[in-house]
Ligand binder design. Sequence first.
Ligand SMILES: Cc1cc2nc3c(=O)[nH]c(=O)nc-3n(C[C@H](O)[C@H](O)[C@H](O)COP(=O)(O)OP(=O)(O)OC[C@H]3O[C@@H](n4cnc5c(N)ncnc54)[C@H](O)[C@@H]3O)c2cc1C
Ligand SMILES: *[C@@H]1O[C@H](CO)[C@@H](O)[C@H](O)[C@H]1NC(C)=O
Ligand SMILES: *[C@@H]1O[C@H](CO)[C@@H](O)[C@H](O)[C@H]1NC(C)=O
Length: 548
Amino acid sequence: MDYYIFRLFRLILVAIFIFQGSCYSDQAGGYGFLKDATLAPKVSHFDYIVIGGGTAGCALAATLSQNATVLVLERGGSPYDNPTATDIGNFANTLLNSTWSQLFISQDGVFNSRARVLGGGTVLNAGFYSRAEDDYVAEAGWERNEVEAAYEWVEKKVAFEPQVKGWQTAFRDALLEAGVAPYNGFTYGHIHGTKIGGTIFDRDGHRHTAADLLEYANQNTIVVYLHASVHKILFTTTKGTSRPKANGVIFRDRNGVFHTAQLAAAQNALINEVILSPQLLMLSGIGPAAHLAYHGVNPIILDHPMVGQGMGDNPMNPVFIPSPEPVEVSLVQAVGIPNFGSYIEGGSGLSVSISLTRAFFDGVLNLLNKEKLPTQSISNFLKSFNIRLNLKTKAGVIIQKVAGPISRDPKDLNNCVEGLSAIIKVIDSKGYSKYKYPGVTGRGLLNLILALPINLRPRHLTSTFDLKQYCIDTTMTIYHYHGGCQVGKVVDNDYKVLGVDALRVIDASTFLKSPGTNPQATIMMLGRYMGQKILRERADFLETEEEA
Ligand SMILES: Cc1cc2nc3c(=O)[nH]c(=O)nc-3n(C[C@H](O)[C@H](O)[C@H](O)COP(=O)(O)OP(=O)(O)OC[C@H]3O[C@@H](n4cnc5c(N)ncnc54)[C@H](O)[C@@H]3O)c2cc1C
Ligand SMILES: *[C@@H]1O[C@H](CO)[C@@H](O)[C@H](O)[C@H]1NC(C)=O
Ligand SMILES: *[C@@H]1O[C@H](CO)[C@@H](O)[C@H](O)[C@H]1NC(C)=O
């Protein structure tokens, strides 16, 4: 189409969006730009299309909107529709409610959840906010000052110092008694010893999510469609080569109507991009060719054997401690960062509506095992998965973020055993004594847990108590799954998909390992960091174009 017609078309569209914006301006969340996808035009044009309004996606889109037109397509609804659901006391129920939380089970049998709501995982998670270690930032090749500024940008909106009450104080003291020292006080930093970290829950227990970062967005240049499930990315061929170039996406609203969003053409065509938050690459024809062909993905745009490889998680081993005292509701606040490579976090007073389990949720000590990245083959991805898409592919294949298999790697097991030994010391400490029944010992409790009907393993009732076996038997996810679109394998250092133009992946799937104790701070930071970088590239590009 002619350049000028395109331009005009875009102006009209922008005008329509501003108009619609003013109609919806007193919608919950305060954003005029949140709209249901049923209101989307058949075809629209933007400089950037961000797929997934998740943890990284919201930070990225808010930033890009400062100097470009941005469309966010989010398959879920708005967390502002039911603000109390995200309060701290509703953590477990909201995680179990399938409206915003999509259960999936990895092929290894690990139960896991995937967010389906604006704000992504920050709407469902335990809220602990903690930055990456300095080495992580250095290894990622990120610019240190930019990283610092991006963390601060995030923290201004969503991070808080928690109010530390009885149980968390006892747990903190117990960690110190168990030798996880020194005490580093309250800090967002990742430092060896025991600390109080940040949280996205404010003092009143209200959760602040990545969706709050959209307060930074330019109302006039951003549109967020909710209940917009992206089906595939569209490609053309880059002029003069056979290199595929992303130029738009197809998404479906909740009435089943399909819409197209395209990258705005005109002189910006070379710099505009689709930015993928979820892993739609395979469905769009980019991935291991044989695998795609087997599942009927057609056409195959690019054979990319590394898509879907290298997924991992921080496996977790929980220890539940019934308390004789009432305990406050708390998610993660105090955390132990020992120097052998596991982390110890805890929560308390979490009740779920299943009354029988209540007692066991009084105190939960979670042992997070540091890095474990199994080389996972494509066959480990779930083959059919209901993401409410009517996929035309044979088995509805979509890449899933999956917790890795339970590791029996001796190094991982040793880390876990060392961590459990520290947890036993925590439970047996003077500091913790108020929150356990008299006579209960760490070892006794671990034995008891293994003897529960759900996990009846008679061998643990023998006198030879095996911490290694406990590690293997009780491993679950802490939901820090990452990988599948790793830097250096699927995307380059600028998060551009290798072998394709105008397409980036910016989210946890690009990570080689999980940052710090918990990833959300760094995922939001990355959205901001890359948004700034993309805007600088854009300004440079447009300047050069003008000179030419
Ligand atoms: C129960 C739980 C507890 C956790 N606790 C903590 C914690 O205490 N601290 C911490 O730091 N981290 C925690 N995490 C991890 C952290 O929340 C996640 O790692 C992080 O949110 C992932 O961010 P992301 O941007 O990669 O993906 P997400 O935030 O999941 O974003 C992906 C978005 O894309 C959307 N989407 C997917 N497919 C499509 C499609 N086809 N079309 C349109 N939209 C689509 C999804 O709906 C979602 O909104 C926890 C996670 C969970 C689930
Ligand atoms: C599940 O969550 C949605 C959205 O917050 C809410 O409307 C619905 O009532 C919840 N369902 C249950 C059974 O709690
Ligand atoms: C916005 O774009 C203009 C023109 O390209 C450029 O001069 C300016 O530096 C950009 N600002 C930001 C914040 O990127």
